[in-house]
Write a protein that binds this ligand. Structure first.
Ligand code: C2E
Ligand code: CA
Ligand code: CA
Length: 391
């Protein structure tokens, strides 16, 4: 959203910008009238008069070229300034296909104007050209991915791998985290990091998420036999966009009952950003989910911008400390302190703590000393297919 827009007020005769000035953004006319002119043989030549609701200076939103015309207020005028930096920031977050389309449209617009100052892509500095190529690449990747993901859902190409989560005092397996993989017909086993972002942007994540939940619940009776804990659980990751769907809770309910899944043995993992970006909706949905009997875990804790105190409003049973902190806790005093204080605070709020990414015995021992209850990481086991989990 374009928030915090600045209004600028000009009196009759005021110059808004001059031909040759460095441009840093566009203007929308809220009130008044503007004259656009260009210099021709030393004389100002009026090229346009524009009024309320019209936009000018828009090329400077994307180009780093000098202004090609002068804009002057010919009435008392109120403008809304749209800064290039603001638009760039929004574009960075926009769907790559939309970004690509915008850039192509802009190029066509420049070429149509036939103005030598507006160079085409091939003449731009290599930095900008590289950025363009990478946006184009991302858009193309996404376009192929969208079809591929639909096919993968229809052809049952996704798989769940399970990674043990162990009680640190006994090293017994308390539960598992379900991690999705894509058995791609030509690319082999594809990491979730390579396709989930596309599914998130297209909304396909809803279907992928329901598939994951269904599969985890279906596998649970077999998986459960390999645990050794009084309250065993399977943890399923949830994406932010799954939580915005009205029907999500109903769908979870029906998957649970269809598979005879004890809701208390299902843990749902979400990141702190899900809550921060949508606090009220998240609270409602999360309450409904916990009313079913399932518990919630905050994933990757420490990487977002929340504090445990703000999270205390939400029905969170488990805190998962991000791998970054666990893996650096012995070498960095700061990471060590973050791990320590997260454990203490989580316990004081009645939450369990899982430390992610435990790769060595030294780290496990240190975490145990700090009072951490659970651990996950290569030390205990890598994610594996159900058929390869030792029974
Ligand atoms: P995550 O939820 O933080 O999952 C833990 C990731 O850390 C997994 O990567 C796991 O293989 C890896 N890991 C576990 N222990 C260690 C260790 O000791 N050392 C190292 N270096 N890595 C370790 P993976 O499977 O590639 O998953 C990446 C991310 O993709 C997950 O991060 C999660 O955010 C997302 N994801 C995976 N499956 C699903 C899913 O079914 N739904 C959703 N929405 N997201 C998923
Ligand atoms: Ca997780
Ligand atoms: Ca995590």
């Amino acid at each position: 959203m374009l928030n915090n827009l600045n209004r600028e007020i000009y009196n009759i005769g005021d110059i808004i910008f001059k031909e040759g000035d460095e441009g840093d953004g566009a203007y929308l006319i809220e009130e008044g009238m503007i004259e656009i002119s260009v210099m021709n043989n030393g004389q100002a030549l009026q090229v346009n008069k524009i009024g309320k609701g019209e936009l000018f200076g828009e090329v400077a939103l994307i180009d780093h070229q000098p202004r090609t015309a002068t804009a002057k207020a010919i009435e008392n005028t109120v403008l809304i300034a749209i800064q290039r930096s603001l638009v760039n920031e929004l574009l960075e977050k926009t769907d790559p296909i939309v970004r690509h389309l915008l850039l192509v449209i802009l190029d066509r617009y420049r070429n149509k104007r036939g103005n030598a100052q507006y160079s085409s892509i091939s003449h731009q500095s290599s930095d900008i050209a590289n950025k363009r190529n990478s946006i184009r690449g991302e858009a193309t990747y996404k376009l192929t991915m969208v079809n591929d993901i639909s096919r993968a859902l229809n052809n049952d190409e996704f798989e769940l791998h399970y990674q043990p989560i162990c009680a640190l005092t006994s090293n017994n397996v308390a539960g598992y985290e379900a991690l999705i993989r894509w058995r791609h017909p030509t690319q082999g086993l594809v990491s979730p990091l390579d396709f989930l972002w596309v599914a998130e942007q297209t909304g396909q994540i809803r279907e992928v998420g329901l598939w994951t939940l269904e599969r985890a619940c279906r596998d649970w009776p077999i998986l459960r036999k390999t645990t050794n804990f009084d309250l065993p659980f399977v943890s399923v990751n949830m994406s932010p966009s799954q939580l915005t769907g009205e029907s999500f809770v109903e769908e979870v309910k029906s998957i649970i009952s269809r598979n005879g899944m004890p809701p208390t043995e299902l843990k749902l993992e979400l990141t702190e950003n899900v809550i921060i970006n949508n606090p009220e909706v998240a609270l409602q949905l999360l309450m409904q989910l916990t009313e079913l009997g399932s518990t919630l875990a905050i994933d990757d804790f420490g990487t977002g911008h929340s504090s445990l105190e703000t999270l205390d409003r939400y029905p969170i049973g488990t805190l998962k400390i991000d791998r970054y902190f666990t893996s650096s806790m012995l070498a960095s005093a700061q990471s060590g302190e973050i791990v320590n204080s997260s454990i203490q605070l989580a316990h004081s709020l009645g939450m369990d703590v899982v430390a992610e990414g435990i790769e060595t015995e030294e780290v496990r021992r240190k975490l145990l000393e700090l009072g951490c209850n659970f651990g996950q990481g290569w030390l205990f086991g890598r994610p594996a297919e159900l058929k390869n989990i030792p029974r």
